[in-house]
Ligand binder design. Structure first.
Ligand SMILES: NC(=O)c1ccc[n+]([C@@H]2O[C@H](COP(=O)([O-])OP(=O)(O)OC[C@H]3O[C@@H](n4cnc5c(N)ncnc54)[C@H](OP(=O)(O)O)[C@@H]3O)[C@@H](O)[C@H]2O)c1
Length: 253
């Protein structure tokens, strides 16, 4: 019996990196997965991987910058499975450049993807969870919500907003059987990681030295382990918190 047996989990950002790892680990732990993303080929590949391993899931194409698409996701998930136990919000984008170079287009991209979509997803699925009397929301923020980081100003600000929103909404819904928590990853090896860090060992070591104490970049599964805990009934006494999974960024100088 898996740790998420028969739970229905909606996972945004499931076509890459952290969301993809979470989708696979959730399926391995017995959850049925509603995978969200824009990349249909990657979505189809993910569902094939999950079903090949005996799991169950569907892909729903959605541009999270488009509010109507989010309603379609909820309808598709409910039509297929009739309930939603876990909403895992992982989709995100990074704009990484000096403050004076960041423009309104960058701000809108970060705001709509990394904050507004989290709000709209929570507002779409919370009524379903209230009706069920039970549900879990996990929002992926970032260690940059709490730790100063050069060049990711709008990104870090919206990640801080996600942690604040999650904590406060958790307070409103705690007595309705709904738990809301955040995961704050440090540097994780995904498509979001700049290419030069992946290919240049010196640059990679410089990043590890600068931000992390554990001596390596994180892998998506490092986040998925925390995601399984927060999505499962093992964390039924846990709500309104941030779990930092950062390889020691917060204790480095
Ligand atoms: N990697 C890190 O070091 C790190 C550190 C801290 C926090 N995080 C956070 O972790 C989360 C996952 O990041 P990652 O590293 O896994 O990045 P990634 O590999 O680049 O994946 C990003 C995901 O977001 C989806 N996405 C982006 N814009 C979207 C949109 N408009 N509509 C629908 N889906 C959209 C992408 O889907 P499509 O390509 O299919 O559109 C993709 O699945 C993000 O919230 C990120 O901020 C990452």
């Amino acid at each position: 019996m898996g740790r998420l047996e028969n739970k229905i989990a909606v996972i945004t950002g499931a076509t890459s990196g952290i969301g993809e790892a979470v989708a696979k680990m959730y399926a391995k732990e017995g959850a049925k997965v509603v995978a969200i993303g824009r990349n249909e080929a990657k979505g189809a590949e993910l569902i094939k991987d999950i079903t090949d391993l005996g799991g169950d899931g569907i892909f729903v194409k959605c541009d999270l910058r488009n509010p109507e698409d989010i309603t379609k996701v909820k309808d598709a998930a409910m039509d297929k499975y009739g309930r939603i136990d876990i909403l895992f919000n992982a989709a995100g984008v990074l704009v990484h450049k000096p403050f004076l170079d960041q423009n309104m287009e960058d701000l809108n991209l970060i705001f709509e993807t990394n904050f507004r979509a989290y709000v709209l997803n929570m507002q779409a699925f919370l009524p379903v969870m209230v009706e069920q009397g039970k549900g879990v929301i996990v929002n992926v923020a970032s260690v940059s919500a709490v730790w100063p980081e050069l060049n990711s100003y709008f990104y870090g600000s919206m990640k801080a907003a996600v942690t604040n929103l999650s904590r406060n909404v958790a307070k409103e819904f705690a007595r309705k059987g709904i738990r809301i928590n955040c995961i704050l990853p440090g540097p994780i090896n995904t498509n979001m990681t700049p290419d030069f860090i992946k290919t240049d060992k010196n640059a990679q070591q410089a990043l590890i030295d600068a931000v992390g104490m554990v001596g390596r970049l994180g892998e998506p599964d490092d986040i998925a382990y925390a995601a399984v805990y927060l999505g499962s009934d093992e964390s039924s006494f846990v709500t309104g918190i941030d779990i930092i999974v950062d390889g020691g960024v917060c204790i480095s100088n």
